[in-house]
Design a protein around this ligand. Structure first.
Ligand SMILES: O=P(O)(O)OC[C@H]1O[C@@](CO)(OP(=O)(O)O)[C@@H](O)[C@@H]1O
Length: 490
């Protein structure tokens, strides 16, 4: 990569050897694996190296209430969506709530015949909708989120799936850790629609009663169900038992599940401080921080402390100077990852957006038309960045509190993973410089909080159709622009 002072316009002949016919190229062709030269698309994958033909899987959650099932289910859906695998969660509780919005614990007593009837009806409605959803060829993985706590219920689901040619994968979260159960109860009583508007203490009491009702009939997955495909996660991953995993997509889901934990934690993300390239409007490169970027680096330890207190943190940076310089005053262990380097802009590295528009007008337009799939000549697309970030996401899931100092495009991809942002929107998300973002995964959504260092910086955001990045400072940008799927908080 060129340094901050070099001019990096490549000779025209060098460019031509990379140039595909962008106007005639279908999105599928943009989706080929991360080779840096021209190649053919692999029709057998969905563009992220995942073989998806002929496989439809129903992931059936199993577990007592407050064992993190909904959190796991939401995470699996978001992870798969991020990898361009269409997945959907069918939450049986949502079906049950249409007839019984806020039942008390007695409703879940198995000797309550009416309760039993309504709960079975809700499960049937969810499964029927799921079967209908699978009729669309692109729909590959459904998550059936419910306690599915008896062998009889699970057998019924398996038979329903078998009859439709859908594979079933049972995922049990079995956990006796009181702290984790308590923190889930706390979360449910404040966020579950079952207890909305109710006194939190009464809600917690009732929820505990409800758990007892389930405990009376609960049956863990065991050798009686040896013919079933399952993954049993005991004590948030301390032990994992897997049985009869049959194909690639199942093993991919199970590998992700094996890396998950449901302990409460947060992830902090920040772009590096303003760089010399940011000031001149050049993209890519490996420039040093500007004076204001250096001020942000100095302010970051306090900003982090205000948000994370004394929590132990590990800091991850890219291998580029601007992230290491930004992190250098942080008093935590640091790791640098090549996979966190900024999107490679290939032959456009070191140019301004206006220069790209002038020198490579076709490419400039193609990128605006489909920014997620567009791959820079000799460089990368957002889709490519997602693929190389997958090991980072896996490691992030295994870890506890992490602070990532990275780049605009990479941060957008990581943010999209946690927030489930759609692919056509995430590359256009505004991520101001000198802003720390805290993400906290919860059972029903990821919470977002933004903290501003109040150190001015240029805006590197470029709107679709425009040939230059914003002229105003980040200060005014951030006041006017919440991120696409979360409310910005000052
Ligand atoms: O995909 P777009 O919107 O061009 O954003 C990515 C660009 O952001 C920049 C800044 O303009 O990242 P960075 O934060 O690393 O400085 C460029 O280096 C990079 O090419």
């Amino acid at each position: 990569m060129p340094s901050a002072t070099e001019s990096s316009s490549p000779p025209k002949e060098a460019v031509e050897q990379y140039r595909p016919n962008l106007m005639n190229q279908s999105p599928a062709e943009f989706m080929r694996p991360t080779t840096r030269t021209r190649g053919t698309s692999n029709a057998k994958t969905n563009g992220v190296g995942v073989q998806v033909e002929d496989t439809r899987i129903c992931v059936v959650m199993v577990g007592l209430p407050a064992r993190g099932k909904s959190l796991i289910a939401q995470k699996v859906v978001r992870y798969l969506g991020w990898l361009s695998i269409t997945a959907k969660c069918f939450n049986v509780g949502n079906y049950r709530r249409t007839a019984t919005p806020q039942p008390n614990a007695a409703f879940f007593d198995t000797s309550n015949k009416e309760g039993e009837r309504l709960r079975k009806a809700a499960a049937e409605a969810a499964v029927a909708d799921m079967v209908k959803w699978f009729k669309k060829p692109d729909n590959l993985i459904a998550i059936l989120d419910a306690t599915n706590s008896t062998k009889a219920r699970r057998r019924w689901i398996k038979e329903r799936c078998d009859a439709e040619g859908i594979e079933s994968l049972f995922v049990e979260s079995k956990c006796d850790d009181e702290d984790i159960i308590m923190s889930n109860i706390l979360e449910v009583k404040t966020t579950s629609p079952d207890y909305q508007g109710q006194d939190p203490e009464e809600a917690a009491k009732d929820f505990r009663e409800r758990i007892k009702m389930y405990e009376r009939v609960y049956e863990t997955l065991d050798e009686d169900e040896a013919d079933m495909t399952y993954c049993k996660i005991i004590d948030v991953g301390a032990q994992v038992i897997i049985n009869r995993i049959q194909d690639y997509l199942q093993s991919r889901v199970v590998y992700y599940l094996m890396n998950l934990h449901i302990k409460p934690r947060s992830i902090w993300i920040s772009r590096h401080g303003e760089s010399m390239y940011n000031l001149s409007g050049q993209i890519g490169g490996d420039a040093d921080l500007s004076t204001r970027g250096e001020m942000y680096a100095k302010a970051l330890p306090d900003l982090v402390k205000q948000s994370a207190g004394d929590l132990p943190l590990t800091v991850w940076t890219s291998t580029l100077k601007r992230t290491a310089q930004t992190a250098r005053y942080l008093p935590y262990e640091k790791l640098s990852w090549k996979a966190l380097d900024e999107l490679d802009s290939g032959v456009c590295d070191g140019l301004t957006y206006a220069e790209i528009a002038q020198n490579y007008p076709e490419d400039f337009k193609a990128r605006d038309d489909d920014k997620y799939n567009y791959r820079y000549l000799g460089g990368e697309s957002y889709r490519d960045v997602v693929i190389r970030l997958e090991p980072i996401i896996m490691e992030l899931e295994r870890s506890e509190n992490i602070l990532i100092v990275t780049h605009q495009a990479v941060l957008r991809c990581i943010y999209a993973y946690f927030m489930g942002s759609p692919q056509d929107k995430s590359p256009w998300m505004e991520v101001p410089l000198h802003t720390l973002i805290k993400l906290t995964p919860r059972a029903y959504k990821t919470e977002e909080e933004r903290m501003f260092a109040n150190i001015p910086a240029v805006s590197t955001f470029r709107e679709k159709g425009s040939k230059a990045q914003h002229q105003e400072t980040e200060e005014s940008t951030r006041r006017n622009s919440p991120m696409i799927s979360g409310e910005a908080k000052a």
